[in-house]
Design a protein around this ligand. Structure first.
Ligand SMILES: Cc1cc2nc3c(=O)[nH]c(=O)nc-3n(C[C@H](O)[C@H](O)[C@H](O)COP(=O)(O)OP(=O)(O)OC[C@H]3O[C@@H](n4cnc5c(N)ncnc54)[C@H](O)[C@@H]3O)c2cc1C
Length: 301
């Protein structure tokens, strides 16, 4: 990174059910997932996206803003982001956002980024572990009309109004250059996300959204009214900003279910039977025989 202009970044993060730890109680008889039976966590690759933004701020200065769209309890991932180093956090929550597919999600995020910015860089995780589509980042870049580098693993250089990054693919890697502002979707191998800092956790323990004021006041009775608490939180940079559809100027027809053309009709379990797998000897002959079979069956050609 050669020149010293500060970089202002926004990181888009999602609170997801912990699908890495699915147990018997989680899957219902009709094949859907009982989300309440799973703990809600920070989407793993969004932590890599946050870490990338924090490392850039450490080298270049600037700010890191973290934004999520979700239910009120998604404030938890924003608090976690503050504990890990974010400067500013924004919760996009509104009943009208419920049932959003990727199109409606990226539209809401676009409206919020336009209101919260301008930003030099936007970061998303490559993919959320619940919806799994990996579409939100690319759609957001399209809607904002800015370049995107997907599957980003390393930032090689940020110089002038250009960024150079390495993206990883199944077949190798590519070094890509594009103009700022740009959006990167970040892969899990990019870095090791820093843990929440104990000092930041202590300093920011009161960080709260307005919907959480009653709970804060129950634990800290010295705040006699919501107004008094709000004044304190605002003065200390601890208020989690909450924006509704109206706040970000979003059109009602384009958010939530109303703005979502996707309909999930059915979810199937895909369980591979052991008879469908075959053990290939790890020898040149074994591999040659497997390739021959795949060609013969027209699976590869
Ligand atoms: C079983 C199931 C199937 C689904 N199928 C589809 C489908 O086929 N088509 C469809 O359009 N939707 C589908 N959805 C809905 C989808 O989960 C939502 O649209 C979701 O809000 C975003 O998509 P995603 O989880 O795939 O995110 P991805 O595109 O995988 O997320 C990539 C990145 O975008 C950012 N991001 C995603 N969501 C948010 C958010 N709410 N706030 C801030 N940043 C965010 C994060 O950085 C994340 O890492 C499905 C949901 C379920 C549960």
């Amino acid at each position: 990174m050669t020149d010293q202009k500060p970089i202002h970044s926004a990181v888009l993060v999602k609170q997801v059910p912990d699908t890495h730890n699915i147990t018997g109680e989680v899957m219902t008889k009709d094949g859907t997932m009982n989300r309440n039976a799973l703990p809600a966590i920070f989407n793993p690759e969004d932590l890599n996206a946050l870490e990338m933004a924090l490392q850039i701020r450490e080298r270049r200065g600037g700010t890191v803003t973290v934004i999520t769209m979700g239910p009120p309890k998604a404030a938890n991932v924003l608090r976690d982001a503050l504990f890990r180093g974010a400067d500013r956090v924004i919760l996009l929550t509104d009943r009208k956002f419920a049932g959003a597919d990727t199109l409606a999600t990226s539209y809401v995020l676009k409206c919020a980024v336009e209101k919260a910015g301008p930003f030099d860089l936007l970061f998303c995780g490559r993919q959320a572990i619940d919806g799994d589509t990996a579409q939100v980042g690319p759609q957001l870049a399209e809607k904002l009309g800015i370049p995107q580098i997907t599957y980003a693993e390393t930032i090689v250089e940020i110089s002038g109004d250009q960024i150079v990054a390495e993206r990883v693919l199944d077949s190798g890697s590519e070094i890509v250059r594009c103009k700022l502002p740009a959006l990167l979707t970040v892969v899990g191998s990019a870095n090791t996300p820093r843990p929440a800092s104990v000092r930041r956790r202590i300093e920011r323990k009161l960080a709260a959204a307005p919907g959480e004021y009653a709970a804060i006041r129950a634990a800290w009775p010295e705040f006699e009214s919501d107004a008094q608490l709000e004044t304190y939180l605002t003065a200390h940079g601890l208020k989690i900003a909450v924006w509704t559809a109206e706040d970000i100027g979003a059109s009602e027809e384009q958010v939530g279910l109303a703005g979502s053309p996707t309909q999930v009709h059915k979810i199937n379990f895909v369980v591979l039977e052991s008879t469908e797998s075959k053990t290939i000897p790890a020898t040149p002959e074994g591999i040659a025989a497997m390739v021959q079979e795949l060609v013969h069956e027209y699976i590869v050609g």
